[in-house]
Design a binder for this molecule. Structure first.
Ligand SMILES: [Zn+2]
Length: 185
């Protein structure tokens, strides 16, 4: 029994730990890294079969700090039901949930069934070419997302959009990055 008795500075008779410290320890034990908290819903296993995760770029310039809201609008303008990706990794490495993982995405033509689409914001140079201009924070988040996907969907294959279509997307070689951590165009 973890009764709250006495003053915060008093010590627990059994452990000798001050109450205030004990409360702090208990809180720390339950504190998840923020990225995981943002991803909670996304990390719940989808109620459809998932065997592939596709990484995309938003094909926007590095200085464009856009996110779910803008991409959702662009995709609606194309006549889609809303954002085609399931997860957005913004320039600062934070995440935003896109389409519900229970619903097939609209991100890789012919490959949307059984897959999840993750988009990294960026990927376009100032002169409009493909450029691996993502931030370190974005790659750090992507690594965590990939790790979580592998845990959530054992046997899942993670790849770039370019691995199934004639496109430069996502502006870097995902398979090489997964293996070596190097970012190659
Ligand atoms: Zn793509």
């Amino acid at each position: 029994m973890w009764a709250m008795r006495g003053k915060a500075r008093d010590r627990n008779a059994m452990t000798g730990i001050p109450y205030r410290q004990a409360i702090r320890n208990a809180c720390a034990a339950f504190r998840k890294p923020p990225i995981r908290r943002q991803l909670m819903r996304f990390l719940e296993p989808a109620n459809r079969h998932i065997d592939r995760v596709f990484i995309h770029s938003s094909a926007t310039k590095a200085k464009m700090d856009i996110g779910r809201k803008e991409i959702d609008r662009w995709h609606r303008e194309r006549g889609w039901s809303g954002i085609g990706y399931h997860l957005v990794i913004r320039r600062d490495g934070s995440t935003e949930i896109g389409r519900d993982v229970d619903t097939a995405g609209a991100h890789a033509r012919g490959h949307n069934t059984g897959s999840i689409g993750v988009v990294m914001v960026g990927g376009l140079s100032d002169d409009g070419g493909s450029e691996a201009n993502f931030t370190g924070a974005q790659f750090k988040t992507l690594r965590r997302v990939v790790d979580e996907m592998i845990t959530t969907y054992p046997g899942v294959t993670v790849m770039g959009h370019r691995n199934v279509a004639p496109t430069a997307c996502p502006s870097f070689d995902v398979l090489r990055w997964l293996k070596t951590g190097e970012v190659e165009p």
